[in-house]
Design a binder for this molecule. Structure first.
Ligand code: DMJ
Length: 587
């Protein structure tokens, strides 16, 4: 009798065994006793060999099925790093999820929030293991082919520069930090591309220096470079990346030395002098509130709380400011610490990721910072109350904007806003109200329509919506807004929604959009932004491949097309605004 109700399988040899079976056992024993000593030895040896072969076959994992990157940490890097970090886990090879006992970052009790959080304590991140075993579907292989095509053009004409200009076979330098390489490293790792990994790592090790006399934007460098370095550090455990990240974070820190603690937008990485943007006295709200995941992660990886303290103080200051039902104006002054009066409220440019990082910081900190959760819930309520409307005639739901400090509604949505369904779904997964999922699904459909209604199957940068019934079209695009910069936001949302629902329709939508990129943005030396999504014949190539195409757009497509919806474990990682996964600190 076999017992199926336990982990093991047990054979019952009780006296209730049928008679013929007992006879069979007896005759076997008799036959065994008749064998000579030598015959018995042969039988035993053969049985042992058969047993060993079975054990080997069961535990064998074919090497050719696994595409993984060789992750030898740089030993020199390790030594230097020990000077800046005294992490007890350095001596333990398998230091999963070790947390210093007294290092819990707690929400201060009561309504008054202390700005000087976490002064001398820091929570170390879990050293999570994440394996990527290469593509498992044809569609993933197609994305890898696209990545390699883009990489080849970048290598040939723009290596070490920020962006490829694929039409003129040249490059563009924004900050002069090899943005495409740093932004791509974790995508390369996830895709399991060994050769590309080696050359990219080598470039970072030998050529990425931050001692450059050039102004850079705090937000862009934080999400792309700092985020990119940290993410690949966590995946690869290669300390060289953390060293670079720490050097960069140190150079960015003076941005926070304003009168209010709200950071200046720009800084010279060599002189370390920070200032407001040249075109405005104010910083952008989304920019100053979309750097916290990265600075916190530097603190947690190095054991030094100063980065987290400076960045989180910003969130706490913004938390205290007056808002319109949780919605924030898009400009804030670094000296006064106040929002600019009458500035626009939007989930698009300069507002978008404020809302994203409320949720993601809360997740990153193991759901410990309640003020972020509350601000997030209030903001979604504000979105539903003030910004959400339906189109005529088909009733598509969209998120518009409020101008003049909240007085006038504008039925306009940036493509950037299409990150929102994904963030809402992520929130619901972590316990936010279920009603957010309904909003996410409806917005996702509208965003899909902004692609599907164009003959190129590519969305424009900005879409306007018909709410008055002035004609029979739900949405329209102005000539100046008809460009597509190879942006990722909608694909990002598709990936989150696919993760949490398993609905293959989202993969189909992603595939159609990927075909749009293949058909209208692919050129012989890479992929290019285009000026016009409204025509299949006059797309007007703009000669620019931004780093986020490799960092985000292709990464999200690759993850979306996996037959494993949990290819990247969102219980362990929170993904920054530039698609760089960072570990969640579970207490
Ligand atoms: C990226 O750099 C980031 O996703 C950012 O938060 C917003 N825009 C671009 C991509 O569109």
């Amino acid at each position: 009798m076999v017992d199926y109700y336990h982990d093991h399988v047990a054979v019952d040899v009780s006296p209730s065994e049928p008679l013929f079976q007992r006879r069979k056992t007896k005759s076997l024993r008799r036959q065994w006793n008749q064998l000579s000593k030598c015959q018995k030895t042969v039988v035993c040896t053969l049985s042992a060999m058969v047993f060993l072969i079975i054990v080997y076959v069961v535990s064998y994992e074919p090497e050719s099925a696994v595409i993984s990157v060789d992750l030898n940490p740089n030993e020199n890097g390790k030594d230097i790093l020990k000077n800046i970090r005294n992490d007890p886990r350095d001596v333990e090879p398998n230091f999963n999820e070790v947390v210093h006992e007294s290092q819990v970052l707690e929400e201060p009790a009561g309504a008054e929030i202390d700005n000087s959080v976490n002064k001398n304590q820091v929570l170390l991140p879990p050293k999570v293991e994440q394996k990527f075993t290469g593509p498992t579907t044809m569609r993933q292989q197609a994305v890898i082919k696209a990545f390699r095509h883009a990489w080849k053009g970048y290598k040939k004409f723009a290596w070490g520069h920020d962006h490829l200009k694929p039409i003129t076979e040249s490059y563009h330098d924004w900050f002069g930090l090899g943005l495409t390489i740093v932004d791509s490293l974790d995508t390369i790792f996830i895709m399991g591309l060994k050769e590309e990994y080696t050359e990219a790592r080598d470039w970072v090790d030998k050529h990425l220096h931050f001692e450059v006399n050039r102004d850079v934007n705090l937000f862009e460098v934080t999400i792309r470079v700092l985020g990119g370095l940290l993410s690949i550090y966590h995946f690869s455990k290669d300390d060289m990346f953390l060293q670079k990240a720490t050097d960069l974070a140190d150079r960015l820190l003076p941005c926070f030395e304003s009168e209010s603690g709200i950071p200046f937008s720009d800084i010279n990485l060599f002189t370390r002098k920070a200032h407001a943007p040249k075109w405005s006295p104010d910083s952008s709200t989304s920019e100053v509130t979309t750097i916290q995941l990265e600075f916190r992660d530097v603190s947690r990886a190095t054991g030094d709380p100063k980065y987290e303290n400076a960045a989180e103080k910003v969130s706490r200051l913004v938390h205290k400011l007056e808002k319109k039902d949780g919605l924030v104006p898009i400009f804030i002054n670094a000296n006064t610490g106040q929002f600019r009066s009458y500035s626009t409220i939007t989930l698009g440019a300069r507002g978008d990721s404020y809302y994203e990082y409320l949720l993601k910081q809360w997740i990153q900190t193991g759901k410990t910072l309640d003020y972020l959760k509350e601000d997030y819930i209030m903001a979604v309520e504000g979105i539903e109350k003030h910004l959400v409307k339906r189109t005529v005639p088909n009733g598509f739901l969209f998120v518009g904007e409020l101008l003049g400090g909240g007085k006038d509604f504008k039925p306009k949505m940036d493509h950037l806003t299409c990150y929102l369904p994904g963030t809402l779904a992520l929130g619901v997964h972590f316990g936010m109200p279920n009603s957010h999922m309904k909003l996410a699904e409806e917005l996702l459909t509208t965003c899909y329509q902004t692609y599907a209604q164009q003959p190129t199957f590519l969305a424009p940068e900005i879409t306007y919506f018909n709410i008055q019934g002035e004609n029979s079209n739900d949405m329209y695009v102005k000539s100046n807004d008809a460009h597509n910069l190879l942006r990722p936001e909608f694909l990002e949302s598709l990936w989150y929604m696919y993760q949490f629902t398993g609905n293959a329709t989202y993969q189909e939508w992603g595939w159609r959009i990927f075909q749009g990129f293949e058909n209208y943005t692919k050129v012989s030396n890479g992929y290019t932004s285009i000026g016009n999504v409204r025509s299949t014949t006059v797309v007007r190539p703009k000669d620019m491949m931004e780093s986020f195409f490799l960092s985000e757009t292709l990464k999200y497509l690759y993850l979306l097309f996996s037959d494993n919806p949990r290819l990247l474990d969102l219980e362990k990682y929170v993904v920054n605004s530039e698609a760089h996964p960072l570990p969640i600190n579970v207490i």
